[in-house]
Ligand binder design. Sequence first.
Ligand code: GLN
Length: 204
Amino acid sequence: MSHKDLSRVNVGILALQGDFEAHQRMLEERVGVATSLVRTPRELATVDALVLPGGESTTIGKLMERIGLDRAIRERAQQGMPLFGTCAGLILLAQDIEGRPEQPTLGLLPITVARNAFGRQVDSFEADIPVQLRPDGPSELMRGVFIRAPYVTCVEPEVQILARFQGKVVAVRQERILAIAFHPELTDDPRIHAFFVDLIPAAS
Ligand code: GLN
């Protein structure tokens, strides 16, 4: 858990489409941090970090572009704002999507992802996944809820791999950007969200 003053932190949650309310509940009720829903560049300017929820990555990507949130998010990311994407959020952070060069993404993580990659027969499933959040920390089992989930097919060396499932990369981090193919927000386990809040620079 975080040692910094959480009362000064406000975590934004992109709320254009998808399961943003589950992230809000997790962060407010289990991690104990304030959140704001973000739908405009103006709202983005008021938050210290941003969560990109699961949902439909094509829809969220198009809406972000229409509203000008894509540029605003890239700008904040360059200034060091932490970002956390789950499932569709992971896809939106990626530089490339297999077979879909036209789909808009933020392109902030030098990874390639494949959408709906676990196959049609297993649209959604759950599994215990060993996750190593900190390079010097232990690998811990976490419940992975996968819903038409992507996985990462290619990572540049500067990207840290936090978890694999069936040999496929399903969680990565580069500095203050965290991306997870499954849905920790749909469980009772706040460890990944708490880890993300720890990436927020101490409020001044
Ligand atoms: N399959 C969705 C997509 O490609 C992601 C699914 C999810 O976020 N649960 O956008």
